[in-house]
Unconditional design. Structure first.
Length: 134
């Protein structure tokens, strides 16, 4: 029995919670730390889920129904290695996209600096013949 009822969490709800967690981790710039930590503890997810249920379950109802339900959902989600791997993959993808954007921005900035540094090299356009200007 779970705080949200007797049924299992739907896959869409699990994905929504994992995506929200990944966005929060990424917003704080903790992608690498989270990936390393998750990879390290992934073999112990079943044990961690049980310990979380034993230690946190008595405390969560005192914090209110929202915390009780969310805490129970998080324990349920993260005691499954598949979900931990999904979060790792999502974080890696976010990091890769972010690095590509930074590299593209850096290349654009470098091209702009080169253009400013060298200035206009000649006043003719490719269609004009320099001999016609004389």
């Amino acid at each position: 029995m779970y705080a949200w009822g007797d049924s299992e969490l739907p896959e869409e709800e699990i994905d929504r919670i994992l995506q929200a967690a990944a966005k929060k981790i990424h917003a704080y710039g903790m992608d690498l730390v989270a990936i390393l930590t998750l990879e390290t503890i992934k073999p112990l997810t079943n044990i961690g889920g049980e310990i979380g249920r034993m230690l946190l379950s008595p405390i969560l109802p005192a914090l209110g129904p929202d915390y009780n339900m969310m805490g129970d959902k998080l324990i349920y989600i993260f005691e499954n290695k598949k979900n931990v791997e999904k979060l790792i993959m999502t974080l890696e993808e976010m990091t890769r996209v972010d690095e590509e954007k930074k590299a593209e921005k850096k290349a654009q900035q470098k091209a702009l600096n080169e253009k400013k540094k060298h200035g206009p090299e000649d006043e003719t356009t490719p269609d004009e013949d320099p001999a016609d200007l004389e």
